[in-house]
Design a protein around this ligand. Sequence first.
Ligand SMILES: Nc1ncnc2c1ncn2[C@@H]1O[C@H](COP(=O)(O)OP(=O)(O)OP(=O)(O)O)[C@@H](O)[C@H]1O
Ligand SMILES: [Mg+2]
Length: 257
Amino acid sequence: MTAMLEVDGLSKSFQALRAVTDLRFTVNEGEVLGMIGPNGAGKTTAVNLLSGTIKPDKGSVRFKGRDVTGMPTHRLVAMGLVRTFQSTTIYAERTVWQNVMRGTFACSYRGFWSTVLGSSAHKSAWNASADRVEHLLTQLNLRDFRDATAGSLPYGRQKALGLAIALANEPKLVLLDEPAAGLSSEEADRVADVVKGINASGVTVMVIDHNMRFIARLCDRVVVLHHGTELCIGTPAEVTKNPQVIEAYLGSEHESA
Ligand SMILES: Nc1ncnc2c1ncn2[C@@H]1O[C@H](COP(=O)(O)OP(=O)(O)OP(=O)(O)O)[C@@H](O)[C@H]1O
Ligand SMILES: [Mg+2]
């Protein structure tokens, strides 16, 4: 089993608040790793640290064997580590197609220089990107919305668009921060199936969510986060049986289920 992402002793405080403390886990190549935990457990902070949005106080991150601790986002994206956001980040006035197309050029200079030069390289880069956009629109069930402005899409489709934009960067590892937040359980099941398809196409996935049902449906292994550190790591069946997890987090969900 090859490690794609190795997180070792990662810590981040905001003034006196220890948001992430001594976090350790590995994402293996080809797997779907879930991260679950209650509000304020540090999940988004962990994703921000892994994706270069913020820098850790301590600890290290290795991606494909290279130390990438504190590396800025654009370099991580160029290496194949891409994240989505808990809230959608789209250009609301632009069409779905334009948003995804822009994503394919987001972290490369090929678009800029070849556009300036108007070269044949530009044309083939453009065509390759356009093909990729078509593929992504199909994969994420957005084909019927290609000419709609992004801001006019229903919420679930906006989440799908956020995912399409992330995938436009051709990631090796994609970090998904609550891709199913605010969706009905039917829509969440659809997202789980789409993410499975993305994983089957060769992309390693780390996915954050509150909902154990969603995570269990989707993930090979789960990291349970509590007070900024891992409480338990295992298969969905293992973590849902873990007494510490039940007490810390799942108890209340089971009671209300
Ligand atoms: N930029 C910041 N400045 C100060 N405190 C922050 C900052 N970002 C996060 N925090 C705090 O760090 C803790 C962890 O927050 P984080 O957003 O990582 O949790 P989360 O697990 O993603 O929660 P949620 O499930 O609500 O998305 C919280 O107490 C939060 O208020
Ligand atoms: Mg969060």
